[in-house]
Design a protein around this ligand. Structure first.
Ligand SMILES: Cc1ncc(COP(=O)(O)O)c(C=O)c1O
Length: 370
């Protein structure tokens, strides 16, 4: 039987087992020392002073929206070409996502489109580093400064990316979020991290993830509204082990990406994603390829499945989901995002992918195009 090649596969080994066992044997499954150890390891790797672990990337975004005090009547500029959580987090707090079209190469929020959408209700910008490519933060920060807007970076797909100023994505001093679902650059199963913009914000985030308890409060004490967005110590143990081998996993992803670039170079009708541009480096998350107009993306995915190769349409535009159409969004409003959305698919992509697996995917794709 032909080997099935999955879309993603996490790298879990002896070190994860060892640290999870350490937590299990300690009896401290929640609010123990492993979460803090994970936060310190992650912040150290990223090169920031502090990081706050939470139960998902979505929880991180929600707390980030609250920390920026975006609420009813406020408009926040963001990308329609993203995973739905980057818009939903605004809706949770009654703020309005105002979508602006994306750059045709990076597929990230286009700073000019964002500038054109600023009005008297605009309070912030929520850029998404989509598919791990750094968003145009220098331009977006300038726009934010000009109009007194707050920033929240959705870096859930962008661990390991480096921006045009040589800084790791998420380390510019803005609030920034990461996600650790099992297909991400590193995983805790479910989990997320938020990089605070100051020590006061960090304190607020830690309180709100823990039912509104300040650090010195007891279990039944609550200083304000909060949530249960805690990460368990078991998940944090996996996170510590993953940070230890993060450089190696990122290097493996980059290796697989360059094998794909070689393998697809001569496949007509398939555009491979760029790895870098003028010093910007992608933090490889998925491997999205774009098919030429006229090729049938969904039929291609179905044919790949018949050949044992998993592939996925990536990504549907957020503004066209029913709950965002209710705000008045329609087809045709963001032509660059919509065209990318119609012709892009993600191929199997994970650190342990072998050269022969990449070759098989490339051959299967070449034979699946119509
Ligand atoms: C761009 C983006 N934002 C937010 C999220 C949400 O992360 P999580 O699934 O951990 O809640 C994801 C995860 O898929 C994502 O890709």
């Amino acid at each position: 039987m032909t080997e099935q090649i999955p879309l993603a596969r996490p790298e879990i080994g002896a070190r994860e087992e060892e640290l999870v066992l350490e937590v299990l044997r300690s009896g401290r499954l929640s609010l123990g020392p492993m979460v803090e150890r994970f936060e310190r390891a992650f912040a150290g790797w990223l090169g920031v002073e502090d990081a706050v672990a939470v139960s998902s990337g979505t929880a991180a975004l929600h707390l980030g929206v609250r920390a920026n005090e975006w609420g009813p009547g406020d408009e926040v500029l963001t990308s329609p070409f993203s995973f739905v959580a980057s818009a939903n987090c605004l809706l949770y707090e009654g703020a309005k996502p105002v979508f602006c079209d994306v750059d045709p190469v990076t597929l990230n929020l286009d700073p000019e489109a964002a500038a054109a959408a600023v009005n008297e209700r605009t309070r912030g910008i929520l850029p998404v580093h989509i598919f791990g490519f750094p968003a145009a933060m220098v331009e977006l920060e300038a726009l934010a400064a000009e109009h007194g807007l707050r920033l929240l970076e959705d870096a859930c797909e962008a661990l390991g990316a480096v921006d045009s100023e040589g800084r790791r994505v998420g380390s510019r001093g803005n609030l920034a979020t990461f996600g650790f679902y099992a297909n991400k650059q590193m995983t805790t199963g479910e989990g997320g991290m938020i990089v605070p913009s100051s020590s006061q914000v960090a304190e607020r985030l830690r309180g709100e993830r823990n039912q509104g308890r300040a650090a010195d409060m007891g279990w039944l004490d609550h200083g304000g509204l909060g949530f249960n967005y805690r990460l368990s110590d078991l998940a944090a143990a996996v996170g510590v082990a993953q940070v230890e081998k993060l450089d190696a996993m990122l290097a493996d992803r980059a290796r697989v990406a360059s094998l794909y670039a070689e393998g697809l170079a001569n496949v007509a009708g398939v555009d491979a994603p760029i790895a870098d541009r003028d010093g910007e480096l992608r933090g490889w998350f998925v491997y999205p390829v774009r098919l030429a107009t006229g090729l049938d993306r969904d039929a291609t995915i179905a044919r790949l499945a018949e050949r044992g190769v998993a592939a996925k349409a990536y990504l549907p535009c957020i503004h066209l989901f029913p709950h965002l159409r209710e705000l008045g969004y329609r087809e045709g409003q963001f032509p660059v995002a919509e065209a990318a959305s119609a012709q892009t698919l993600a191929l199997p992509f994970f650190p342990a992918m072998s050269e022969s697996q990449v070759s098989r995917v490339c051959e299967a794709l070449a034979g699946s195009l119509r």
